[in-house]
Design a protein around this ligand. Structure first.
Ligand code: PLP
Length: 490
């Protein structure tokens, strides 16, 4: 493992080879109340390289990540990526949550190599193959028994967005209804239909009227900024009451929808976990109203939240589950799994050329098997708890860490301006200026993090699920130093 053995030139960023198997034994100790001064550290500088300059000259103005993560990457292994200048970074973005087992995991590489060695057809439209059959059995094997027993699967074009589009067609065809309820802060992809479901107005505004306008937005149970100004159990109760009333009041002004689509933990919206009682209430209300419940597990699925699927925390069974990202083991793949009562659409209702990527299916099977064999969900839960503890300890010294939240290794910190005017719940306003500064200070210290949420004020942690306890501690230490620097500059 040549790359894993490399060290980078700064003291803070030495990578310890062999930490992969370190047991999680030592409980996290609270550091002294005052933050000690950071030792001298060398910081990466980001001067525009010819490669990056060419990228910004030639690639579209719509490019996004390179603007805040100006790296040209050369190599990657596990948690780490190396850029063309030989600098190493801890990747807590991991393909926006795609890389459950990190970069180039041996089981993924082996699965891909086997497909090539066996001269399997790489492209099969939606014809079946032994690889595809195994993939379906592996996936159905992960589903809760009640869902697996009546599950159907549709292979989609290779993006999460396309699977969301398929789910919309599926429920609209089966129910004969055309509208959908979505949630404020929700993110379901970038095509016109999926965009119609999006909470954020940024990408929608320039388009004017969207093609699909049959979407009603509902308040999400965002406890820290409770849309009802209540918070806690009262906020959840009000939220469910509002929803139930909307679906049942003949004067509500809203037609009965085909479906409700929800992220169990909103990712791009700012890492907001839905209350579990609220999810159970949502399931009860939709079931009673005969409305399909679509759970978008594109980001939260496959162990990320500490369970194989995030909806399992609430013990509910959705009607439709949309899956992508980790399911392809780093390669593009997306599917919709649904209960068979919905299977009324006609042959060809959701076609697409690239639905038969055999390498992605083989890699996805390898990932699914690894997740089960190594109980990665439980590991992700433990590592998430460890990181969350670190962040809560930091919060004692930094009032800017307003809300620390998430599930498993889908964690976020909402940055706030403690000097700003508090909202109805007494929480200071989001600190939108601090977030990019903090992100940059992390990057200078070799840590890649992403932002999300309202005004981009939430720092998001989405590391590979195989991250070790030692690596979590290291991420937390870098984050602390970066935070000191960013706050000092603010
Ligand atoms: N749904 C959720 C919850 C997502 O997080 C994403 C992407 O981040 C999507 C849908 C869209 O997936 P894709 O970018 O593969 O189209």
């Amino acid at each position: 493992m040549r790359f894993g053995m490399r060290t980078c030139p700064v003291r803070l960023l030495v990578i310890h080879p062999g930490v992969e198997n370190m047991p999680v034994t030592s409980p996290i100790q609270a550091p002294p109340a005052r933050v000690s001064p950071a030792p001298v550290e060398t910081l990466y500088q980001f001067n525009e390289s010819p490669l990056l300059a060419r990228q910004s000259r030639q690639e579209s103005n719509a490019r996004s990540y390179p603007r805040r993560i100006p790296l040209a990457l050369k190599r990657a292994k596990g948690l780490y990526v190396e850029d063309v200048e030989g600098r190493t970074f801890i990747d807590c973005l991991a393909g926006a949550g795609t890389l459950a087992l990190g970069h180039n995991h041996p089981v993924v590489i082996e699965a891909i190599q086997q497909v090539l060695a066996d001269e399997l057809p790489l492209h099969t439209l939606d014809l079946t193959t032994p690889v595809k059959d195994r993939f379906v059995q592996d996936l159905f094997g992960l589903l809760p028994a009640a869902l697996a027993a009546e599950a159907k699967i549709q292979f989609c074009g290779p993006t999460g967005t396309d699977a969301v589009e398929a789910a919309l067609k599926l429920v609209r065809t089966a129910t004969g209804r055309s509208t959908v309820l979505s949630f404020q802060g929700g993110y379901h992809g970038m095509s016109q239909g999926a965009l119609s479901l999006m909470g954020s107005l940024g990408p929608k505004k320039p388009l004017g009227a969207l093609l699909s306008n049959g979407v009603q937005f509902m308040p999400y149970p965002y406890d820290y900024r409770c849309p009802f100004g209540l918070g806690g159990a009262e906020g959840i109760k009000a939220n469910l009451h509002y929803l139930e009333n909307l679906l049942n009041d003949p004067e509500a002004g809203v037609q009965l929808p085909a479906a409700v689509i929800v992220e169990v933990v909103q990712g791009e919206g700012g890492v907001i976990p839905a209350d579990l009682d609220w999810l159970r209430g949502l399931r009860r209300i939709t079931e009673q109203a005969g409305v399909a419940l679509i759970v978008d597990e594109i980001q939260s699925g496959f162990g990320r939240t500490g369970k194989m699927f995030a909806f399992e925390h609430a013990g509910i069974i959705p009607d439709v589950v949309v899956l992508s990202k980790a399911i392809g083991g780093s390669l593009p793949l997306a599917v919709v799994v649904y209960r068979d009562w919905l299977d009324t659409w006609l042959p060809g209702a959701h076609a697409g050329t690239f639905r038969g990527n055999q390498m992605a299916m083989a890699a996805g099977s390898a990932v699914m098997r690894y997740l089960v064999e190594h109980n990665v969900s439980a590991h992700a839960a433990a590592m998430g708890e460890r990181l969350s503890e670190h962040l809560h300890i930091l919060q004692r010294d930094f009032a800017e860490l307003g809300d620390i939240r998430g599930r498993g290794l889908m964690l976020g910190v909402e940055l706030v301006d403690p000097t700003g005017k508090p909202d109805a719940l007494g929480h200071p306003p989001v600190h939108a200026r601090l977030a990019p500064r903090l992100q940059r200070e992390c990057l200078k210290r070799g840590l890649i993090l992403e932002l999300g949420g309202r005004q981009g004020g939430v720092v998001r942690f989405l590391p590979p699920l195989i991250i070790t306890a030692a690596e979590i501690d290291r991420v937390a230490e870098i984050f602390r130093r970066a935070l000191e620097a960013a706050v000092a500059e603010a």
